[in-house]
Design a protein around this ligand. Structure first.
Ligand SMILES: Cc1cc2nc3c(=O)[nH]c(=O)nc-3n(C[C@H](O)[C@H](O)[C@H](O)COP(=O)(O)O)c2cc1C
Length: 237
């Protein structure tokens, strides 16, 4: 069965968030094609993943020292209730990620980077060895498709004055490729200049914002119709 893990990180609610609108459009399209059985949703802003604690770190270090540890053995390696609690919080996130053929994430730009709610998920799910086969060393996410849908109040497209302020896309590209996602299965869709309608100084960028949003909708619709893992390297604007 094909599967989609859909996550949103915008602090804004459905009616006000561009990323939520775009990821919902993707998810609706995907469910029309595949049904709802393989669909999972996680709202990282409304239901935040707890920040990692000293017990998370101590458990992770102990597991790393053992080398390759199967996930099902980690519970036996916990030392006390605090580490048990950390593992109880962490394991379902890892299993959810490993089970997904496609991971769809709505990511607003906050202060040139990603929201803290997404960073909290990243820090927790990236437990030592979580995405590597302990027997073979194979990376488990090679076939996983990741679609990142961003929205930014300004514009950070190549060639624009703010291009070098984008610590969101390069960070997530580095993170997911390092995690084992194949570059051709990692897709970015950007809605630029989303604050043009609210900020008077940006009003003259309204046409750019409208074009960018329309292009993002087209890109999302196209990606949602693709079979998982069939990617060619794309960088959509
Ligand atoms: C806390 C916060 C920080 C933001 N920082 C930036 C920023 O650094 N650069 C930018 O272009 N827009 C910034 N914005 C604007 C958002 O990126 C923009 O409103 C985007 O559409 C938010 O995504 P959403 O519509 O899905 O909520 C920020 C907005 C908030 C609420």
């Amino acid at each position: 069965m094909t599967s989609l893990l859909h996550m949103d990180a915008s602090a804004s609610g459905c009616g006000d968030s561009i990323t939520r609108e775009l990821t919902a459009f993707y998810a609706d399209t995907w469910r029309c094609l595949h049904g709802s059985d393989g669909y999972r949703y996680r709202d990282l802003a409304a239901d935040p993943v707890p920040l990692v604690s000293p017990a998370f770190v101590s458990l992770g270090i102990r597991v790393e020292r053992h080398g390759a540890v199967p996930l099902q053995k980690v519970a036996e390696m916990t030392a006390g209730p605090a580490e048990e609690r950390e593992w109880t919080l962490t394991l379902p996130l890892i299993e959810e990620m490993r089970a997904a053929e496609t991971v769809l994430i709505g990511v607003p730009m906050y202060n040139f980077s990603v929201p803290a709610s997404l960073k909290a998920w990243i820090d927790r799910v990236t437990f030592p060895g979580a995405f590597v086969d302990p027997g073979t060393g194979d990376r488990l996410l090679r076939e996983t498709t990741v679609v990142v849908v961003t929205a930014r109040g300004g514009c950070y497209a190549p060639g624009t004055p703010r291009e070098d302020f984008d610590f969101q896309t390069p960070y997530l590209r580095a993170y997911f490729t390092e995690l084992g996602v194949a570059p051709q299965n990692l897709h970015f869709v950007h809605a630029e200049m989303t604050r043009a309608s609210d900020v008077p100084a940006l009003a003259h960028f309204k046409p750019l914002a409208a074009d960018s949003l329309a292009a993002a909708r087209t890109a999302v619709s196209e990606l949602a119709r693709r079979p998982a893992g069939s990617g060619t390297a794309t960088r959509m604007r």
